[in-house]
Design a protein around this ligand. Structure first.
Ligand code: PHE
Length: 449
């Protein structure tokens, strides 16, 4: 569907938008990253901080990004420029696009891993995953193999390109409509299997019982970064998605649905991973390989595990793709809006640049594993810089922009556009003007000192 005035595509329905934006939010961040950062940062206490960050910082910012996008009807850079012409605030849009570029460069590497695991489950490749030790060594040798990882990374990006080329309503919206509901059902079934494994209780304790002594400044910053990453904030994606939104849609309720859905998937994933990790005597702190080492072993322990693993990795790949397309769409829409590029050229050139930049991340587990920058591999560095610095900083600036520069009255009008008035906007104004920027500034600065 097209907007009559400026020929921009629009989401064809409210639920289509909710699913597409949830498709952007729900992805590897919830399924791959959430369990491993929770495992590394103390379990239950981290989960609690993460939920608080999401409610008081993530939610108001998501609402702000949708409002900016819909009001300006443009890509992230264009949007700031339209709302406050020729002002330095455009830097938020630039940071967003840069962040999107960087995130997609390593996201596509992990997306490639999920594709490879899908192929393994289709070809009985999990037959040898009998113990967690086995699974670990298979993962290590797979990720160290440059040809294989690069091949799957290219495949993953190519699928994203294909969908983004189809455009907003026909490509992105269609695929999210089917995927999201199926994903929830699959996760619920896996959770039941995992919590009924012998020895699962220890895992539940680790995950659900908050040990407050584990909370410190760095844990809070990581929880915040995880919340941003998982909600797709600070990268212009939601501004772009908001720009395809019809004026009469009620922004508050859609935002609340998306946030709840995103948290739900992450929490479910934790309920799958931690009981299994403890039941199998593994360490919750092992990092990015956690999910890949745990899940295949659970599948082996299920009676029709083979079928489950095919469906699961298929869904996981698609969930990763629905996020990756939102990242690709952000940069693409900028090139189309600003320079009038054809969609095809914009998508292809952006994707090629992202792939090239992502190569050192893909090789960080093999050839380049000893190349350390600031004590981290290239993959860890990009992952860390984006989640823990770029996104919180861009989020803080967005809150200041919305709360103090653009003017909350105008934003409130945008949010309420033709919908019934409620008390929510008042709460949101308070959060976005005071709490969100302050909390972000404190967390951010405390990390430096
Ligand atoms: N939110 C996505 C996830 O959880 C990742 C993402 C980040 C997508 C930023 C778009 C923008 O996997």
């Amino acid at each position: 569907m097209k907007d009559k005035n400026n020929q921009r595509a629009l989401w064809s329905s409210r639920i289509g938008f909710i699913l597409a934006a949830s498709g952007s939010a729900v992805g590897l961040g919830n399924i791959w990253k959430f369990p491993y950062v929770t495992g590394q940062n103390g379990g239950g206490a981290f989960v609690l901080v993460y939920m608080i960050c999401t409610a008081i910082i993530g939610l108001p910012l998501m609402l702000s990004e949708f409002a900016i996008g819909r009001n300006a009807n443009l890509n992230p850079i264009g949007a700031f420029n339209k709302i406050k012409p020729n002002s330095p605030w455009i830097v938020i849009g630039i940071m967003g696009l840069l962040g999107g570029f960087l995130v997609l460069s390593f996201y596509s590497v992990v997306g490639g891993w999920t594709l490879a695991y899908l192929v393994k489950s289709l070809t009985h490749g999990f037959d040898s995953f009998t113990t967690s030790k086995n699974a670990e060594s298979i993962f290590l040798s797979f990720t160290a193999d440059a040809t294989e990882t690069l091949f799957y990374q290219i495949l993953f990006i190519s699928i994203s390109i294909y969908i983004v080329l189809k455009g907003v309503d026909k490509g992105i919206e269609k695929i999210c409509d089917i995927l999201m509901p199926t994903l929830v059902i699959m996760l619920a079934i896996l959770m039941i299997r995992s919590i009924t494994l012998p020895g699962a209780v220890e895992g539940l304790k680790f995950y659900l019982y908050p040990d407050f002594s584990k909370i410190n400044g760095s844990v809070i910053l990581i929880a915040l970064g995880q919340s941003f990453f998982s909600l797709s904030l600070g990268m212009g994606c939601l501004i772009t998605y908001g720009s395809y939104l019809r004026p009469q849609e009620n922004l508050i309720s859609v935002t609340v649905y998306i946030v709840i859905f995103d948290i739900l998937i992450a929490l479910l994933m934790g309920m799958i991973i931690f009981p299994a990790v403890f039941a199998m005597g593994m360490e919750p702190t092992e990092g990015p390989s956690l999910v890949f080492n745990v899940l295949p072993v659970i599948f082996k322990k299920m009676s029709i595990g083979g079928i489950f693993s095919i469906i699961f990795f298929c869904l996981l790949t698609i969930a990763a793709i629905t996020s990756s397309i939102s990242l690709l769409e952000g940069v693409t829409s900028f090139l189309i809006d600003k320079y009038g590029w054809k969609r095809k050229n914009a998508v292809l050139i952006t994707a090629l640049a992202i792939f090239l930049f992502g190569i050192p991340s893909a090789l960080s587990f093999g050839l380049l594993e000893n190349l350390k920058l600031a004590n981290m591999t290239f993959f860890d560095l990009i992952n860390n810089i984006t989640s823990n610095y770029l996104l919180p900083l861009s989020g803080m600036l967005t809150a200041v922009f919305v709360g103090w520069v653009w003017g909350v009255e105008k934003v409130q009008k945008e949010i309420e556009n033709n919908t019934s008035k409620s008390r929510w906007p008042q709460i949101w104004i308070f959060l976005v003007k005071f709490i969100t920027p302050l909390a972000l500034a404190i967390v951010f600065l405390s990390n430096f000192f």
